[in-house]
Design a protein around this ligand. Structure first.
Ligand SMILES: C[S@@+](CC[C@H](N)C(=O)[O-])C[C@H]1O[C@@H](n2cnc3c(N)ncnc32)[C@H](O)[C@@H]1O
Length: 254
């Protein structure tokens, strides 16, 4: 997969791209990230990339000419390669969007800055907009790194354990079950016996139930769309009954 990133601050990417899984993904040839400095496409002697907004108000707006020139230098128009603007106004980036991008051979990320980009950039050169959440960052660089990281770990061979990404929270429509490692007892808290039993079917059944329990407790909204078996539904009913009993006891106690 090749990702082209257009940014005013290419230096911001060195740390995340040079460590851990993103470094590994590039070294093994699964991922190429090409950084492009938008400022190289400014044409005046001051290399201007931003101007005050028409209509007044604070801040600066990224000018259309250098940004569109930078995009077109990377992907000539009409090639069908997605050009994605990072924006707090975009569709929210989630695990489903990460899987969609992981299936594409090539795409482009455009990082805004200041007050954002001139609207005509969106209209002429952007095919999609992604937000990493309902808050506003200073620039699109950190958002781009979040998107690249979430997608790169889905590429074949990048995670050492091929099941690593398939059990993850959100990949299955549920939050993931809790994890334990050595030692068997830590500060008086023991690892659940089933995980030490070596009985794979029982371990899997326990993990499924704990994933359901965690999702029920923390993100019940996700259960509306999660694929559920009859056994899952029966377990969720048990959880609901336990909660009703708990609430009844609370009411009786006053
Ligand atoms: C300060 S923000 C501009 C916000 C803009 N004035 C607005 O209210 O929609 C500057 C840049 O940061 C990036 N950015 C900020 N928040 C983001 C988010 N939640 N997700 C993705 N990108 C974001 C975008 O590239 C944006 O152009």
């Amino acid at each position: 997969m090749r990702i082209d990133v257009l940014t005013l601050f290419p230096g911001m990417f060195a740390g995340p791209l040079g460590e851990s899984m993103l470094k590994r993904a590039q070294e093994m040839g699964a991922l190429t990230v090409a950084l492009h400095d938008i400022r190289n496409h400014a044409t005046d002697k001051h290399r201007t990339v931003d101007e005050p907004p028409y209509g007044g108000g604070g801040g600066m707006v990224m000018k259309p000419e250098p940004l569109v020139a930078a995009i077109e230098a990377v992907v000539p128009p009409g090639e069908g390669i997605p050009v994605i603007l990072l924006s707090p106004q975009g569709r929210v980036f989630d695990q489903a969007a990460a899987f969609e991008l992981a299936a594409l051979p090539r795409w482009v990320l455009v990082c805004g800055h200041y007050e954002g980009v001139d609207e005509r950039v969106r209209e002429t050169a952007i095919t999609d907009e992604l937000s990493i959440g309902d808050y506003v960052l200073t620039g699109g660089e950190l958002a781009a790194m979040v998107v690249i990281d979430a997608v790169a770990r889905l590429l074949p061979g990048v995670l050492g354990d091929p099941t690593g990404a398939t059990d993850d929270s959100h990949a299955t429509g549920l939050l993931e079950y809790p994890h334990y490692t050595r030692p068997p007892v830590f500060r008086g808290l023991a690892v659940p016996d089933v995980l030490l039993s070596g009985h794979e079917a029982n371990v899997n059944a326990w993990r499924r139930r704990e994933a359901l329990r965690r999702t029920w407790e923390r993100r019940p909204d996700m259960l509306l769309n999660a694929p559920l078996s009859e056994t899952d539904r029966e377990f969720l009913l048990e959880l609901a009954e336990e909660e009703i009993d708990r609430k009844r006891r609370q009411v009786r106690r006053g």
